[in-house]
Design a protein around this ligand. Structure first.
Ligand SMILES: [Fe+2]
Length: 362
């Protein structure tokens, strides 16, 4: 009966802080750290989606900056220009409903892959039909989501020069006190923002504490930031997590989890996010998508936590999808920060009121 919780929540939030926080039970994220008994993930490789109209998604994907890596009836593998043979697998939905079928993380070694096969519910299969081949473990979570682990995948050879569909000649940047670019010009043309890699994704989760515990007990996810509710300082509502790689720096967040409001019954994907080169790429890519008639959700702007320049779009099935550039990096010496939920952008358009919702999934 979620409506009862909604009413209770509204009632409690009207009480003085000392009283409401006494009544509301603690919902705090416990201290989380990595240790060698956990499965050590190295990076995020790709995501799986099912779309009602694969051709339409394919048209969007090309305007978004993905490159087709392999196509078979009902399935397209899209890649970026990084080492992953693909970053996005789009399949034809058999019942015309769009679905997110989970992220796939690359494990650090064969030993880590073996360790993951021993976790309860691990289903192992081969990826022989996919570019780069390899092996995959899938976990079906009780909340209807999926989590995959991959190993033995052949990596792409990286181009020596960073490819671009928009930049002819760029940099270095001239600043007021330091102007290193002399006699050379910045030259760009219209085109899509080419994607480098899959950067992160996030869920909104009703069974927040149990799901978060599963990910952080079994894998090297560590919170970079924890945010608590503005009315209840004893209720953590969101965490941005990175992969702990020890001394090595990794992206500020690779996965985030948000505690669902009481009316949300089922876990949903908030968005997936893909790295592009820089600010010019973001703006030229934004214009390209707009000119092609796709739907902008929020951007271009600059996030606070993670610092990325962001730009969110709706794909033809209604999933939110983000271009990002210039994100923060953290390592084992970066402490977890805890703060109240605050503004999500430093600059940019006002955040849409329904940004936290599932959105119009076709
Ligand atoms: Fe994001």
């Amino acid at each position: 009966m979620p409506w009862i919780f909604s009413i209770l929540f509204k009632f409690l939030s009207k009480l003085p802080r000392f009283l409401r926080e006494k009544i509301m039970p603690d919902m705090l994220i416990p201290p989380i750290s990595n240790n060698p008994s956990k499965v050590q993930l190295a990076r995020l490789g790709h995501v799986y989606f099912e779309h009602p109209d694969l051709d339409k998604f394919s048209a969007f994907a090309k305007d978004f900056g993905f490159v087709e890596a392999q196509k078979s009836p009902g399935k397209i593998y899209f890649r970026g220009y990084g080492k992953d043979p693909y970053v996005y697998v789009a399949s034809q939905s058999k019942d015309s409903k769009p679905r997110f079928r989970g992220p796939a993380f690359v494990v650090a070694s064969q030993a880590e892959f073996e360790k993951a096969t021993k976790l309860p519910g691990a289903l192992v299969r081969s990826l022989d039909d996919a570019p780069g081949k390899g092996k995959m473990i899938t976990f079906n979570r009780p909340d209807g989501t999926f989590f995959h682990i991959i190993f033995d995948q052949e990596e792409r050879a990286i181009d020596l020069e960073e490819p671009s569909a928009t930049h002819e000649q760029q940099g270095p940047f001239n600043k007021p006190f330091d102007k290193p670019r002399r006699g050379r010009f910045q030259r760009y043309h219209q085109g899509p923002a080419l994607v480098h890699k899959l950067g992160h994704f996030g869920y909104v989760v009703p069974d927040f504490d149990r799901e978060l515990a599963w990910y952080t007990d079994n894998f090297n996810f560590v919170p970079s930031d924890i945010l608590y509710h503005w009315d209840f300082s004893n209720m953590d509502v969101l965490t941005f997590m990175h992969l702990d790689l020890g001394e090595e720096y990794s992206d500020h967040h690779i996965m985030f989890m948000q505690r669902a409001e009481p009316h949300v019954k089922k876990t949903f994907l908030h968005h997936t996010s893909y790295e592009v080169a820089d600010f010019d790429t973001q703006l030229i890519g934004h214009e390209w998508l707009a000119k092609k008639g796709w739907k902008s959700v929020w951007g271009v702007g600059r996030h606070v936590l993670g610092s990325q320049i962001f730009d969110y779009w709706a794909d033809p099935s209604g999933f939110k999808i983000e271009h990002y550039a210039d994100g923060d990096l953290v390592n084992k010496d970066t402490p977890t920060q805890r703060d109240v939920v605050g503004p999500f952008s430093v600059w940019g358009p006002e955040v849409p009121k329904d940004f936290g919702d599932k959105g119009e999934i076709a």
